[in-house]
Design a protein around this ligand. Sequence first.
Ligand SMILES: [Mg+2]
Ligand SMILES: [Zn+2]
Length: 189
Amino acid sequence: MKKNAAVFLDRDGTINEEVGYLSRIEQLKLFPATFEAIRMINEHGMKAVVITNQSGVARGLFNEDFIDTVHKLINKMLEEKGVFIDRFYYCPHHPTEGVGKYRISCDCRKPAPGMLIKASEELDIDLSSSYVVGDTERDLETAQNAGVTGILVRTGYGKDVAIARTFNAAYIARDILDAVRWIMRNQEK
Ligand SMILES: [Mg+2]
Ligand SMILES: [Zn+2]
């Protein structure tokens, strides 16, 4: 039995503003609610793990170095408030767009559960006691495919709550902080 529980966080539209394809560093704006949400995850001894599709790489809009730069900056902004993401996972692929090595059908592009499975092995995470928080149907589908509890946030693309019913979201949250508060209440049961 694996010993950690995780909150898997989608990136764009969940922890930072959705801007289409984030391809310039100035476009990175963390939601104010993100800091307190991550603090709660850290303090409860759960893993905070970002899982993000970044097909902008396959599409030639930016490269993997840029993604690393963004993720380092996110953790720098968080660390200034004493909180942190345990690990970032991203999928740079797309099955049909772009050229070269990134144009493949991979097992990491959400809704495939590849990033969660990798995280569960690397960080000793028990998926059945973990959560996915995201703003799209694809995030909820990922949760279902990985056997993880899914929560929809109404930020980013998450305005359409009908999709939450289709994919059995356990909860529809106003934002990431509301989602994490719900998780903490649920964990106590
Ligand atoms: Mg998103
Ligand atoms: Zn991939």
